[in-house]
Design a protein around this ligand. Sequence first.
Ligand SMILES: [Cu+2]
Length: 180
Amino acid sequence: MSFFSKSLKPLFIVTGLFSLSLSALFSAHANEHENKHQHDKQHVHNERADVMVMNGYARATFALAKTGAVYFTLHNQSDSDKTLVSVSVAKEVADEAQIHTTVMEGDMMKMRELTEGVKIKPGEMVAFKSGGNHIMLLGLTKGLAEGSNIPITLSFDNGSELKLVLPVKKDEAKGHHHHH
Ligand SMILES: [Cu+2]
């Protein structure tokens, strides 16, 4: 019995520290993580861009949050490369929108701005999701309330723009067990 408690205790502490540092990391980015299941689709088609946006939404935040994340899948339906070069957000919502990616540095997950954008090859689908490429909203004016909508504009290298109004949704992964 005493052998058990001796050998189990250090393991427990290590696990606790790990999840603590993880949550500290993610809260810095308004929990830019999770959200795996989404069922309702929305298709916004723009003739000039020839890029379709699917499953777009912004993740709901707490009222005082300063950062938020937007996710969607882009489908290039044209026969030439398209690069998402920048994203802008309505001033009433946030100061700025950036294209981010998530990289591992050692055992740390970090966010990086993709200043050259994200290229989508003809016929290809690129998902912007938690733990990967995503759109980061910086300087939120009042957090993102579930059920509201946010206007954002995607700009492509050929000068075309996609104006979207995306729903704000709760992180569905929350309250569930973590699946890997
Ligand atoms: Cu980010």
